[in-house]
Design a protein around this ligand. Structure first.
Ligand code: ADP
Length: 102
């Protein structure tokens, strides 16, 4: 879901990067893109069911606004982790962090 969003909202010639970091206490998966970005006030809302920043853009790109709310539930309710989005100078960073058992 994070990768397909990054690809959907990044113009041709842009950059999408995925990173997986395994530390002692947590696994961190992040996807960064150089796409259209998300306004600061929408960074939390995008995890709400059916929320789309701009329905006209997403209508073109496809999707119904469910992906991130489902992903966040899997990470947070299913695995006790955290998921959030950050605005970059250009583009977006979305992080999913899952604690490892002791
Ligand atoms: P969908 O992509 O099916 O509409 P999501 O729940 O995955 O649903 O995403 C919700 C909304 O968050 C998207 O419609 C879009 O407005 C915004 N969004 C998600 N990821 C990105 C991204 N990488 N860059 C810009 N906007 C994004």
């Amino acid at each position: 879901n994070l990768l397909s969003n990054a690809l959907k909202f990044t113009h041709r010639g842009g950059r999408v990067a995925a990173r997986l970091d395994v530390a002692e206490q947590a696994v961190r998966f992040e996807v960064e893109d150089s796409g259209i970005g998300i306004a600061e006030e929408n960074l939390d809302r995008i995890f709400t069911k059916f929320y789309q920043v701009d329905a006209s853009t997403t209508r073109k790109a496809g999707g119904v606004g469910l992906g991130l709310s489902i992903s966040k539930s899997i990470v947070e309710v299913g695995h006790g982790g955290q998921m959030w989005a950050e605005r970059l100078e250009r583009g977006t960073l979305v992080v999913a962090q899952i604690p490892l058992p002791n």
